[in-house]
Design a binder for this molecule. Structure first.
Ligand SMILES: Cc1cc2nc3c(=O)[nH]c(=O)nc-3n(C[C@H](O)[C@H](O)[C@H](O)COP(=O)(O)OP(=O)(O)OC[C@H]3O[C@@H](n4cnc5c(N)ncnc54)[C@H](O)[C@@H]3O)c2cc1C
Length: 287
């Protein structure tokens, strides 16, 4: 199918972008990598009056190490994340996760800002942002605010973005080197959205999980932090008894939906499998 007719604008400054957002309101849509928006236009799931293509905005495609942390511009492509030495060094969780986003052709266009702004509940990068306790920079005319990722994702395809605002960057704070990061997901085919996935970090001491963050995706409307499972495993080695107890806690943490891809029971099972896999890797791998 072809999209409904739309006006096309390609602003070259943030001010011009905000003018266009003011002019069109709900009838204007930001275009970044287009990997989700263009299919939606073609299927006429979206028919905005105007497309505001932000690809020519200067300064939003850099990855920079700063005293506040690693700052990743909203227009950084997913394949740039995949190949960045800075990302591998300072945000290895993102490096591990991003290769699961679609296929390389999709990652060549898709942006981190688009992925965060879209807030697909089965997307990898929002879960990483929550696990890394990142902040998302949201800009509007004359001001900007940094929204903790934990408060940015509000529901299925719903974020804290307000009318007239766009995502301009994400900041990943420095984390002590004693933390290890793990990522895994289960999908029917490589490149598909995950049925369930886990973005996790842990501090390991003497083979036990001293501290952990487990953030699941594909199992709720937003990235889901499994605080019950985190608490159960704290201070324990991931032996079968501990993993069984953590799995039971996970059942209380998560309330996965059922759809044509999988039932709630299947997703609960996959979440337990992922937790066991990732936690065992944490204690097996050398620091
Ligand atoms: C076959 C296929 C498989 C895919 N598999 C996966 C997958 O496994 N995991 C996954 O996470 N994604 C997947 N995707 C989606 C892909 O990763 C997209 O790149 C991503 O979801 C959106 O990024 P984008 O830059 O393409 O955004 P666009 O498609 O340009 O925009 C998406 C939405 O975000 C808004 N938006 C974009 N940038 C901004 C901004 N800076 N500020 C405010 N609003 C903004 C747009 O208005 C639009 O509503 C897949 C896509 C395809 C076609």
């Amino acid at each position: 199918m072809k999209p409904a007719p739309f006006e096309y604008h390609r602003p070259t400054s943030l001010d011009e972008t905000f003018d266009l957002l003011d002019r069109y309101g709900d009838d204007g849509r930001i275009l970044a990598g287009g990997q989700s928006l263009v299919p939606a236009l073609n299927l006429r799931l979206a028919s905005p009056r105007a497309i505001i293509d932000i690809n020519r905005l200067p300064g939003l495609d850099a990855i920079r190490a700063t005293p506040e942390g690693l700052v990743i511009g909203a227009l950084v492509r997913q394949d740039a994340l995949e190949h960045s030495a800075l990302v591998r060094e300072r945000a290895p969780l993102i490096a591990a996760a991003v290769v699961h986003v679609g296929h390389s052709a999709i990652r060549a266009r898709g942006t981190i800002g688009g992925s965060l702004a879209l807030a697909d509940p089965a997307a990898e990068l929002p879960a990483c942002a929550v696990a890394l306790e990142a902040t998302i920079r949201v800009s509007r005319r004359g001001s900007a605010r940094d929204v903790p990722a934990t408060r940015f994702f509000r529901g299925v395809y719903t974020t804290a973005l307000e009318p007239g605002e766009i995502v301009t960057a994400i900041t990943v704070p420095a984390v002590p080197p004693s933390w290890r990061w793990g990522f895994d997901e289960l999908a029917r085919r490589h490149g598909d959205f995950a049925l369930a996935g886990l973005a996790a970090g842990a501090r390991v001491e003497d083979g036990a999980i001293a501290d952990a963050r487990f953030v699941f995706f594909g199992v709720g409307g937003t990235p889901m932090r499994a605080r019950g499972a985190e608490a159960v495993l704290a201070g324990r080695r991931p032996d079968p008894a501990a993993l069984t107890a953590a799995g039971a806690a996970l059942d209380r943490d998560l309330d996965p939906p059922g759809d044509l891809h999988g039932s709630p029971a299947l997703r609960r099972h996959l979440a337990r499998v992922l937790l066991a896999r990732v936690v065992c890797r944490f204690v097996e791998e050398r620091p």
